[in-house]
Design a protein around this ligand. Structure first.
Ligand SMILES: [Zn+2]
Length: 156
């Protein structure tokens, strides 16, 4: 499988969301085309918990509706670990629902955030390397995911 590629501002978006929700876990969905992740949609954590997360079905539905409209693909899901390492917890493994997409965890345990990417292989998570695309996502191309994220931020 080709290495996972992700835009730097998507990584920054995940960290920013994790900090905003601290000490609770944040979560959200990632999109793009091919192997490059260029879209982030932060969602609510229905559990509002420090140790687990759940993306509400309505928000998942809106995300997929938007993908159909834009022709993009669902490429990842992320959540944060406010006080523990960026490795899947036993609960993460037990409640895993997305075997076909990359699985990202942002840890705020140390001062410098630690972001790791995992893929589901047969019976468990395997950490995989990822490539960061440094340039910003081109502003002249419509990116509804980004617009939705900004809008959400303004409302809070
Ligand atoms: Zn977790």
């Amino acid at each position: 499988m080709a290495p996972v590629c992700i835009y730097l501002d998507v990584l920054e978006g995940m960290v920013e969301h994790a900090r905003r929700e601290y000490p609770f876990e944040s979560c959200g969905l990632l999109s793009g085309t091919g192997q490059a992740i260029d879209g982030i949609r932060s969602t609510s954590n229905q559990k509002r918990s420090r140790k687990e997360f759940f993306v509400p079905f309505e928000e998942l539905f809106l995300f997929f509706k938007e993908l159909r409209r834009t022709g993009k693909q669902h490429l990842g899901i992320y959540h944060s670990h406010p006080t523990t390492d960026a490795v899947p917890s036993a609960r993460d493994v037990a409640e895993f629902h997305y075997p076909d997409v990359s699985y990202w965890i942002v840890s705020l345990k140390e001062k410098k955030p630690d972001i790791r990417c995992f893929l589901w292989k047969q019976a468990g998570f395997q950490e995989v390397p990822f490539t960061t695309i440094m340039q910003s996502y081109p502003q002249n191309i419509e990116n509804p995911n980004r617009a939705a994220t900004v809008k959400e931020r303004q409302e809070t």
